[in-house]
Design a protein around this ligand. Sequence first.
Ligand code: EPS
Length: 365
Amino acid sequence: MSSNSFGKLLTVTTFGESHGPAIGCVLDGCPPGLPLAPEDFRDDLERRATGRSRHTSQRRETDEVEILSGVYEGVTTGTPIALLIRNTDQRSKDYAEIAERFRPGHADYTYWHKYGLRDPRGGGRSSARETTMRVAAGVIAKRWLARVHGVRVRGWLAALGPLTPAAFDWDAIQTNPFFWPDAGMVGELEQFMDRLRKSGDSIGARVNVLADNVPPGWGEPIYGKLDGELAAALMSINAVKGVEIGDGFAAVTQRGSEHRDEITPQGFLSNHAGGILGGISTGQDVLASIVLKPTSSILIPGRSVNVRGEPVEVVTKGRHDPCVGIRATPIAEAMVALVLMDQALRQRAQCGDVGPVTPRIPAKP
Ligand code: EPS
């Protein structure tokens, strides 16, 4: 299987299967001198992990990171950073029944056709377990972006099925298991998820990620556009079916006079563009959104076929997420941070000598 790496100057390669002995990643291109210790990964890995609330998969992994290389005396050395997490709570017998049949709506079907075989245990490489290593790599990108550029990358759950936040408070997001910015609605979300879980079904979601303090100039036209690379990185997350930048698909019905972001010396007057024009950051907040489909591993019987092409009925038992979107916020943040760091290094490499040519316009007046 190829294509397990992304990035140009900062490259990330992940490896491992959900029920294999371990998962890991190699992050190459991180500049030297960044302080880094195993405990720095804990917060974000906890935010993403299964089994931390009743609304997600009940698999319990400790997600302890081992730093195998690239760090000496607490700082990065500039050599490849290899990270490893051992899998400890696999329950492969859950997959015995579906080893020879395809879950409708699952990558089981396409992996089988592509490779002619598959590791059915926990979905193998197609499992969301792989996203653990994206989050681990993203921790390093977030730290570098914050230290060198003061960039913060923060996300939230912007829709859970039909529910959308009625209010927005950054502080509320870290106080509930949904990453929901409206603390007053958390009870409603819990009721919704409890009812959904009892029904054996799943639901889709939307996650937004905002990066502030991104300077103008990041992104490489034409084939390395910042929005193009964000879209590819975000679309590579399991279950993602749509990506928007700024107003995204809402632009269909907008007029130019409405969509353009007028500029004054005191600041940009709006941000419909999501902080990117011509594939290059404007200096405004970069805003990306993703849509995650409802998971296919559900208890409601569905028609499918087995590997011999015979009709079968599929019911997926085991420890599955009724809404993968609930755990997707840190994953989306990580992918945005990794793309931004790669683009920042590329900007430094090619255009580092281009000084400020115009007074910098504030993101907002
Ligand atoms: C997943 C199915 C479940 C989840 C898993 C993603 O795995 P299993 O059936 O092996 O317990 O627990 O998520 C994780 C293990 C994780 O760390 O995110 C799937 O089908 O994608």
